[in-house]
Write a protein that binds this ligand. Sequence first.
Ligand code: SF4
Ligand code: SF4
Length: 315
Amino acid sequence: MSDSKGGGMKRDFMQATDKNPSCIMPEKLTLDSPLKFECHPGVSCFTACCHNITIVLTPYDILTLRRRLNLSAHEFITQYTEPIYLEKTDMPGVQLKLTGEKQGCPFVTQEGCTVYADRPTACRYYPVGMADFHGAGQEGGEEKFFFLVKEPHCKGFDELKQWTIREWRADQGVDVRDEMNKEWLRLVMRRKSFSLQASLSESAQRMFFMATTDLDHFRRFVFESSFLQTYEIDPEIVERIRHDDEALMHFSFKYLANTLFGAEGMSINKEKIKEKVKVMQQEQEKNLRQIEEEYKQLKAEREAQRQKAEARKQS
Ligand code: SF4
Ligand code: SF4
């Protein structure tokens, strides 16, 4: 069950710098920088780092893990995760729920990681962190560099295996994950850059949570509500997202960027806009008629009161 490289990640790839900045080596690395490191069942610290740890799950992590476990998104979320807010924002997400006295990852055994081939992104990153300022929500001027996170208990640095950062990342499957996660991460970072001054409405938070943690639910939302009548979506895309989870996941990021931040890429059906304008006009007219009616009534009441007072004076 366990892979020969077992152990895995030992920090939250979204929060490591907040958690333990002293473990970060103060050197900017490139893809060609050397790395001496190996993690395998022979290291004395094997699986130590799969305990007492925060593993935030990305939407793609959830998709690959629940596929591996043959669970629906809802089953996976309720069984293996707990809710959190992402990166100190008001955007809801999930992290792995630790278990037992030792507060271990639910997938760790003495032999290693039981979901190794599908382990979360966070588990693939250690010990090479990446800073990506483009991903942090700044348009243009992308700056990407790498750094080492060297935790004292990790004996992987005493091993002799040599890599370049590029080779290490390819071996860990990080590049693929980065590609799958980047639009989601951009949404979170964009939200973070707004700070909490204008908080997300509860319905926006619910939508974000549903779309990023439960693709089954999001698919029902797309295909079983008035969604497809409301938005103009290329029929080819509609067919793709009907069955293809990865395509649906990318589509959900686009939809969220549009609804939460007004990003381009989704257009509302013109007929729907006309319908909406018509309904708003009708509402406005109804309100105006009501106000007029109330004004007339008030006027009539005043007149009746005036006439009564006049009659009393004359009698
Ligand atoms: S998923 Fe695997 S590698 Fe990651 S913390 Fe759990 S046991 Fe360790
Ligand atoms: S070598 Fe490092 S990454 Fe591997 S199990 Fe030990 S602490 Fe974890």
